[in-house]
Design a protein around this ligand. Sequence first.
Ligand SMILES: Nc1ncnc2c1ncn2[C@@H]1O[C@H](COP(=O)(O)OP(=O)(O)O)[C@@H](O)[C@H]1O
Ligand SMILES: Nc1ccn([C@H]2C[C@H](O)[C@@H](COP(=O)(O)OP(=O)(O)O)O2)c(=O)n1
Length: 209
Amino acid sequence: MIVTIDGVAASGKSSVASGVARALGVPFVSSGLLYRAATLLALEAGLSLEGAPALLAHLEANPLRLEPLAGGNRVWLGGRDLTDDLHSSRVDAGVSAVARLPPVREWVNAQLRLLPDPFVAEGRDMGTNVFPHADAKFYLTASPRVRAERRARERLEDVPAIEAALVERDRRDAGQSAPAPDARIIDTSALSLEGVIGAVLAGLPARTA
Ligand SMILES: Nc1ncnc2c1ncn2[C@@H]1O[C@H](COP(=O)(O)OP(=O)(O)O)[C@@H](O)[C@H]1O
Ligand SMILES: Nc1ccn([C@H]2C[C@H](O)[C@@H](COP(=O)(O)OP(=O)(O)O)O2)c(=O)n1
């Protein structure tokens, strides 16, 4: 059983995927962490974020591993846990350029497709490109201001600056962020986290829930 939860930046994908996965007793998979980790490695190595061949060679020489733990996904580079470094403004600003590179997308998708079913996968193209055969698909949205206010509770930046960065990232990610035609779209602006998790669980086919 595969459930996909896609959506725009800071719409609640990872929190909702975590809650749904916990309710179902399955792991969840945060695909964005692999794009973030690839970006961090490129920045640390001083590579251009637009140079696919050099970046891919660097990723192949420095294999990353996504650990889909129920309490929160982690990304490892050998014995180094990168997870806590993946949500910086520097990675946020660079990740869309890296995620636009087709060889990087293939590299991420190949890792995701190796994961053993069942799981809940969240990202941008889980229901369209990576797991088109998923049993249930959801797409989360929320107004830019609400998303920025939520992020501001996690970071020491002001709401207008976060909102501007989110809108810019949505624009850059638009090419790979369209909802699947068969996804259920949930506007989370006026919902609590528990409310969104409940809406997803209520939308699962009977054999899945
Ligand atoms: N419906 C909601 N109501 C209130 N806060 C939420 C809701 N959904 C998510 N959040 C909070 O917003 C922040 C961003 O959510 P997150 O799951 O990291 O989003 P994404 O994975 O889409 O970037 C988190 O602090 C999360 O707890
Ligand atoms: N399946 C995915 C997941 C993420 N991405 C890209 C687009 C996003 O800007 C970055 C980071 O995604 P992530 O879901 O971790 O972060 P946000 O929710 O957008 O804050 O990676 C993607 O292109 N495809």
